[in-house]
Design a protein around this ligand. Structure first.
Ligand code: TRP
Length: 370
């Protein structure tokens, strides 16, 4: 099984998050990363609620691969405990987690360099939650728009786990000393809380954490075929593992508008712009140029091009995904090795946290001396 896999498509250009950086006067995160990749560590992750789709790919996965190729240490958490934030049934977790591992590797994450680990296998992350919970207020958590939206969508009373979800995520990030977090736009409120937790811990107990920064790609918010955000629960996704025929079918059914002439106008023609963005991102072109090429040939031609771009870009990834899924033992080994490495790092962070809080109980020390 090869461990080094070339990046399959042109990496989308990344843009910095507007609200989660160190302020507008600072150099953009991408420039600082390019100047000194060794000064950063990437942590990102997914909940194992089902297979990944094109929105994940363009929104964050391609960015993780790009950062790995730049030489940054990359950690990817598979947030298995967090599956039950908005549902009671965890589903077929083992199958979903191993499928995620296959998709990460198929997309170009290299297990020799990137640490892929299940949250549940790193107990230190959950220990960090205890002091972190003391650093946030319930009002802060209740007004978090992502928590609100997820609570609403779950159509259940707001549980304690969902309410404190951003704090778990802070523990995922800070527990492995992550400083760069490639995410979709919906995750920005969580990132703000992670930054507050880091700052407040430092103020209260001493300097242990670097506040993490979000890194968005140019398409942090891909639309699905019905014009709403691409998401599994809406059934409007193009799965990384879908066949070429299924992809064509979904794209054919995508909503557009009545204007035959194709132009790139994200605000007034979001669905057309979305298809243009997909083509542009996957072929390394400007969406305006793609629009000019399609011109008066209309939505049918645009969809033909989108289907072709997606199927061409994903073909090698889909082949590798299928090969990897045929070797679950290898996938489990990747996960166990990742858990061991993440455990070492998180234990080190927890030791520093305990020391900062005065929780050092080794034998031999005197009472009243520090
Ligand atoms: N909340 C993320 C999602 O639903 C998954 C996630 C869990 C995550 N822990 C994280 C993302 C830490 C970034 C950093 O997609």
């Amino acid at each position: 099984m090869p461990t080094t896999i070339a990046h399959p498509v042109a990496a989308p250009a990344a843009v910095d998050a507007p609200v989660c950086g160190p302020g507008p006067q600072a150099r953009p995160l991408n420039e600082r990363i390019a100047a000194d990749p060794g000064a950063f560590r990437v942590l990102s992750g997914d909940r194992p609620t089902g297979p990944l789709h094109l929105g994940h790919y363009l929104g964050t996965l391609a960015n993780r691969v790009r950062l790995q190729q730049l030489g940054l240490p990359v950690f990817v958490v598979i947030a298995d405990y967090q599956v039950i934030t908005d549902r009671t049934d965890p589903g077929p977790l083992r199958e979903r987690v191993l499928t995620l591992v296959a998709e990460y590797l198929a997309a170009g994450l290299d297990p020799a360099r990137t640490v892929i680990f299940p949250h549940s296998a790193v107990p230190a992350l959950n220990q960090l939650l205890v002091p972190f919970l003391a650093l946030v207020t319930d009002a802060e958590l209740r007004r978090n728009p992502t928590v609100k939206a997820e609570a609403l969508a779950s159509r259940r009373p707001l549980g304690g786990l969902l309410l404190t979800y951003p704090v778990h995520q802070a523990a995922d990030i800070l527990g492995v000393a992550g400083t760069v977090v490639p995410v979709g736009r919906d995750q920005l409120p969580h990132l703000e809380i992670a930054r507050s937790v880091a700052r407040r811990f430092n103020e209260r107990f001493g300097p242990v954490f670097t506040p993490p920064e979000a890194l968005l790609t140019a398409t942090p918010h891909l639309l699905g075929s019905d014009g709403a955000k691409m998401s599994k629960t809406r059934g409007n996704t193009i799965g990384l593992g879908d066949t070429a025929d299924r992809t064509a079918e979904i794209v054919r059914g995508a909503h557009t508008d009545g204007d035959r002439r194709i132009t790139f106008e994200p605000t007034t023609r979001p669905q057309v712009a979305n298809l243009l963005t997909i083509v542009a991102e996957l072929t390394g072109r400007d969406p305006r140029d793609v629009a000019a090429d399609v011109g008066d040939r209309g939505a049918v031609e645009l969809k033909r091009r989108a289907t072709e771009a997606i199927n061409d870009a994903l073909a090698p990834l889909r082949r590798r995904r299928a090969d990897l899924l045929a070797d679950p033992t290898f996938l489990a080994d990747v996960l166990l090795a990742g858990a061991a490495r993440a455990g070492e790092v998180a234990d080190g962070v927890l030791t520093r946290v305990r020391a900062a809080m005065g929780m050092e109980y080794a034998r031999g020390g005197r009472i009243g001396s520090r």
